[in-house]
Design a protein around this ligand. Structure first.
Ligand code: EPU
Length: 362
């Protein structure tokens, strides 16, 4: 276990905010967390400053790669990071024999896209549409990451956690995680209580492509073969044409959630669009059930004329306005917040819809 005082977090948040934390703890096994919480004594291998969880600076924050976070300044407490890294196919008779399903247990600290690449190379179906999403496996299970018609909750069978209240291990079935759009109990009722230590996935050996989102089918058909690798490559190529390259431009992916609104709100937006841009202006929308409709936030932001809108070093990304970028590499948290507030106000003033951030502010 690594324990570092006054650690720099610049490389630990994909926005590239130049912030630090009072203490940074990295552990490589669930047992290390257990001993940190339960021993009350020195942690084997622990460095200088702390001997048990009670003596670490508060508050506590667990991060993956910091790909869905906006640090608003230096963090006064302890940041934890999992370095639990393994990918282990579970050799159960019903899974690994001739059956269609494959169960794979994955450490929370595995980089999400490394897992997607591994699945594609094995020919396992399930996560290929989620290729290229920044972050790690543990955070993926908290956030219920989603893209191109698939959410990770669809392929998770179990989530193993450390319970910070009882100091012991606990396993949740997928149904108990209450996965919803970018949501789970780990973000909601149980926020801060559980640390994901591993995730079990249920993948398919037999073809199970999901190609109905946008232009994905056409992109895969152009590739001429239907394999998890071909879908993965098509997804990576679509992503790179729309989203900033994390190696070059800091961001936290989609900054806002796509609003799910009563159909009457959609009718209002459509009539505003008709008056302003003519009857041929179609407002994209997707049925969300129970009289609700999902409207792409990107469309609303673009139609407020905000593509490229900039304050200080932060800007609305030109190619996908759902994303706020650290354009200069030196953007301050206040710059990002100012862009966020301007976007929310503009969309509300024009369309009467209040966008909510997907990115967590810390
Ligand atoms: N659009 C515009 N203008 C633009 C871009 C998009 O009007 O400049 C409209 C178009 O109508 C387009 C629609 O927005 O059809 C949807 O755009 P896109 O397919 O790019 O997806 P999204 O709804 O903007 C969501 C996820 C992304 C995920 C994509 C692909 C959220 C908040 N975001 O974005 O997730 O990659 O779908 O499935 O749900 C992330 O969470 O960080 C993320 C990137």
């Amino acid at each position: 276990m690594k324990i570092i005082d006054n650690a720099d977090l610049t490389g630990w948040n994909t926005f590239g905010m130049r912030v630090s934390c009072a203490c940074f703890v990295e552990y490589s096994a669930a047992e290390e967390l257990e001993s940190l919480w339960n021993s009350g004594g020195r942690v084997a291998g622990g460095a200088a400053s702390a001997s048990d969880a009670a003596s670490l600076p508060r508050p506590f924050l667990h991060i993956g790669r910091g790909s869905n976070l906006l640090f608003m300044g230096d963090f006064p407490g302890t940041v934890f990071h999992s370095d639990i890294r393994y990918i282990e196919p579970l050799a159960r008779p019903d899974d690994m024999g001739s059956g269609d399903r494959v169960r794979v247990k994955v450490g929370a600290g595995i980089v999400w896209d490394d897992f997607c690449r591994w699945c594609a190379s094995c020919g396992f179906w399930g996560v290929e549409n989620l290729s290229g999403i920044p972050g790690e496996v543990g955070a993926a299970a908290v956030q219920n990451i989603g893209a191109y018609g698939v959410e990770v909750g669809d392929v998770i069978s179990e989530v193993e956690c450390f319970d910070c209240v009882t100091g012991s291990k606990v396993t949740f079935k997928a149904s108990e995680c209450r996965y919803g759009y970018r949501d789970s109990i780990f973000k909601d009722t149980a926020k801060g209580r559980y640390v994901v230590t591993s995730v079990e996935f249920s993948l398919s050996r037999v073809p199970a492509p999901k190609l109905d989102y946008g232009h994905l089918r056409a992109a895969v058909e152009a590739a001429g073969e239907l394999t998890p690798s071909a879908v993965r490559e098509a997804v990576l190529s679509i992503r790179s044409s729309k989203l900033p390259d994390p190696a070059e431009t800091g961001s936290a992916g989609s900054f806002f959630k796509n609003p799910i609104v009563p159909r009457s709100d959609y009718v209002r937006v459509a009539s505003i669009a008709g008056l302003e841009w003519g009857e041929s202006c179609q407002v994209p929308h997707y049925d969300a059930g129970s009289g609700f409709v999902k409207i792409p936030a990107a469309w609303l932001i673009e139609h407020c004329g905000l593509k490229g809108y900039r304050i200080g070093g932060a800007a609305v990304y030109e190619r996908q306005p759902l994303v706020i970028v650290n354009l200069t590499g030196t953007a301050l948290p206040e710059d990002v917040l100012a862009v966020e507030e301007h976007v929310v106000k503009s969309v509300y003033d024009k369309f009467g819809i209040r966008l909510t951030p997907e990115v967590e502010h810390v």
